[in-house]
Every structure is written in C-alpha cells, then in structure tokens.
Design a protein around this ligand. Structure first.
Ligand code: KIV
Ligand code: ZN
Length: 439
C-alpha cells in the first residue's frame, strides 16, 4: 500500500557482506495508544485517541494496541467506541493490554465484546527484581500466575465465539529474566492456550528496560526463537525500549535473530526514553530497498498529528522527519548535493551525496535541503537563487557574491533566506557594481 517508488540505495545484491540482511518487513504493531499514551503528561482524550488511531490506519498499521481498558474509564470507553461505531477497518486488528489478575482480565474481555477480531495482551513480570522485590513470588508462582491468567482468558473468550480471539503473552522484563525461566513460562502459556498454525499465539519479548547492548537482546530473542515449543504456531514479537538509545538496533537485530513482529511507537514515544521508533525502523528498511508496508510519503502530516496528539515536539534532528535532517549548511556538503542533484536522471536509484534518502519520497522538498548561514559556501547560495528566482550565476559571480553574503552572515550570525539573498544580491552587490557598469 506504500506510495514509494523502489529505492535501492545500496542494492543488497551488490554487497558481499554482511551474510544476513532484513529482506522483508516484520508485522508492525503500534502501541502509541497504550505504551505511548501512558507515558504522556496528559493522556490523550477520546478525540485525540481517535485521530491517532485513524492516522495509524492511514499509514497502514494493521495491529494497533488501542488501550489498557481496565486501567481507566477513558480507555474502556474508547474501545467500546471503536467497536460500537464500527470504526475498525476489516484488515485492522485492535489489541488491549491487561495485567494477569482476575478482575482486570474480566473487565478487559468485557471491553472487547462484539469486536470482529481482537488481541488480548496479558503480561506479568518475570525477572528476579520484580519477582522478589515487587511481588514476593517464587519462580513457580510467577509461572502459575501466567498460566492461570491465560486459562481464564481462554474460558472467557470461548463464551464469545462471534469474535476471532488472539492471545498475546508478554513476560514483562523479559530481557532481564533468566532465559531458561522465560522459556519455561512461555512454553507453559503455549501449552495452555493450545495454538495451531492457523490460529497462532503471539509471544512478545519486552526489553521493558533496555539494560544491555542490542546484540545481547538479539541473542535472547534467538534463544527463544530456537527453543520455543510449537514455533510454527507462534508469532514471535519484540518490544524494545530505548533506555540506552539503541532500541532501533535492538529491534533490527531482533528481527535478524528470528522475530516476526515489532511493537513500537511513532517517533519513539513511550515510557521513559520511549518505545522503539516505528518510523525510523520502517524508513531504514526503505533505504535498503525493502518495502516497509507503511506509508510515510507525507511524513510532515504524520508528524503534525502525532505532535498534536501527544503534545510532545519531535526533535529537529530526528531521523527522516526532523526539520534539519535534509538540510545542509556547510559549503562542501551543499556543493556536493547540488552536483548530485544536477546529475540525476529519471529512474536513477538515489545516490545523491550526503542525503540518505530522497526527501521527496517522504514529502519533503529540495528547497529545504540547502540553507545558508555563515558556514555556507557559494554552491548553496547559487542553488537557492536559481531554485527560487531562476538566476543562474556564472562561477565568478558566485565567488564574488558569496563574499557579500559571508560579510552579512558574519555580522548577523543568522541564517539567510532565499528572499534575503535576492535582496542582498540587488542592493548590496549590484548597486555596488553600478559605477563600474556605467563606465
Ligand atoms: O515494556 C513492557 O514490558 C510493556 C509490557 C506491558 C509489554 O510495555
Ligand atoms: Zn513497553
């Protein structure tokens, strides 16, 4: 459903290394309306939640965690609204989160009655600090909690066969859990739910707190991928948080290690340092010639909606979307970009220097690429005047005029717009030449 043209920046076939690359997009699950929402100063109201939901649908996300219905009335009502107002497209599955506690599970299943298809996402923490300090539970009790929760969900959902029910189980704090114990709990859950290859169960592996380098997480994911019982009946999912700033790498390595699915948020919203950023992941795939299956061809519109719904600004250097990420101020970069753009022919794959992606592919313009300040050279100035005013400057003129601009920017310390350049060209440069031209 993506509008992008094929974009083999570095065609995989031309590489002799590495031995393994991601060749297919994972299943994407957005938790913007749950993990993202629970991390906001002010959680989204129904109107904002709906706008975010519709944006996610438009982008092409097919699995959306919409709420934590037992945690708040707003969330419960939002799930009811989606179902009762028939706002969920046929090919989209909603998901809701619950703790592994009886009354919360009952309330959660109640919120979903009448849905066409729904994922019930149940979790309990499995790592030692949580077992011992938070819950005071033994290994056996922690496993039992998961099994009893799944068993109750099975009974409650079987009473509503009009809905296609999917179970998701998360051993919360997975990445800090002894791998053998996480495996034991997940295998017990699989045995209890009894999935089939056509009715799969989702096992989700959270790095609830990112506590190690991403290769360690990937090793943990690979361990589960290789050892889980009935792997053909399981969708293996990763849920990286970004405490060490490496969630994107953790997700990518997790997929290379065998995960089928990635949970995250747009622009990396989420608890503390955020969930993994789905936009960066998707566009990283795109730059490798892999169709992400998500449409960011108007990334500014998506960013505006997300900023409005979350009330959080996106950093100007955020990959692919920040205001400055397709901008070059330095003279040598501007010169290289200008030459690269001029050399392009229709149908060429993207290989313009210093730009990892064609800004137009995400709805950004070339004009914003080149901006002029005191570090810019003649190339950028010439580019802006040609792009905005059709003025083609011969090389000597570029050199002379760039001196005028340099003086101006040294004095002001500020960026110069194309309009300001045009004014400078007329008033400061041409006027100064007049006595010479009169001779
Ligand atoms: O980070 C986490 O562990 C979670 C779980 C509830 C899946 O968000
Ligand atoms: Zn999380």
């Amino acid at each position: 459903n993506t509008k992008y043209r094929p974009f083999p920046a570095f065609p995989v076939a031309e590489r002799s290394w590495p031995s393994k690359t991601i060749t297919q997009a994972p299943i994407w699950m957005s938790t913007d309306l749950r993990d993202g929402n629970q991390a906001l100063f002010e959680p989204m109201n129904a109107e904002r939640k709906l706008r975010m939901f519709e944006t996610l649908v438009q982008i092409g996300v097919k699995e959306i965690e919409v709420a934590f219905p037992s945690a708040s009335q707003t969330d419960f009502d939002f799930v009811r609204k989606l179902i009762e107002e028939d706002r969920i497209p046929q090919d989209v599955t909603i998901e809701v989160l619950t703790q592994a506690r009886e009354h919360l599970i009952r309330r959660t299943v109640e919120s979903l009655i009448g849905a066409r298809r729904a994922i019930v996402h149940v979790y309990n923490a499995t790592a030692r600090p949580w077992r011992e300090q938070v819950f005071g539970m033994s290994l056996v009790e922690v496993k039992q909690l998961a099994v009893e929760a799944v068993s109750l969900i099975k009974t409650l959902t079987e009473a509503h066969p009009e809905t296609e029910w999917i179970l998701q189980y998360s051993p919360e704090t997975f990445s800090q859990t002894e791998p053998e114990f996480a495996l034991e709990v997940c295998n017990a859950v699989i045995a209890t739910w009894n999935p089939t290859p056509s009715k799969k169960l989702i096992i989700n592996l959270p790095a609830t707190v990112e506590a190690a380098t991403p290769n360690v997480y990937a090793d943990q994911v690979e361990f589960m991928h290789r050892k889980l019982d009935r792997r053909d009946c399981v969708v293996l999912s990763v849920h990286p948080h970004n405490d060490r700033g490496t969630a994107v790498a953790a997700a990518e390595l997790g997929v290379l290690a065998g995960a089928d699915r990635v949970e995250g948020c747009l622009f990396g919203n989420g608890e503390r340092t955020g969930n993994v950023d789905l936009v960066t992941l998707a566009l990283n795939l795109y730059t490798q010639g892999v169709d992400p299956g998500l449409d960011f061809s108007d990334i500014n519109a998506v960013a505006r909606t997300v900023e409005d719904c979350t009330q959080l600004p996106i950093h100007p250097r955020h990959p692919y979307v920040g205001d400055l990420v397709f901008t070059a101020f330095s003279g040598s970069h501007q010169d290289a970009i200008k030459k690269g753009l001029a050399a392009r022919r229709d149908g060429d794959s993207w290989d313009v220097p210093y730009l990892p992606i064609d800004p137009a592919d995400v709805g950004r313009s070339y004009e914003s690429v080149i901006r002029v300040n005191s570090q810019s050279g003649k190339g950028g100035i010439a580019y802006l005047l040609e792009a905005h005013y059709g003025l083609v400057m011969p090389r000597r003129l570029q050199v002379e005029f760039s001196g005028v601009v340099q003086k101006h920017t040294d004095a002001t310390g500020a960026e110069v717009s194309a309009d300001e350049l045009w004014r400078l060209f007329g008033q400061e440069y041409l006027d100064a030449q007049q006595p010479i031209r009169l001779h």
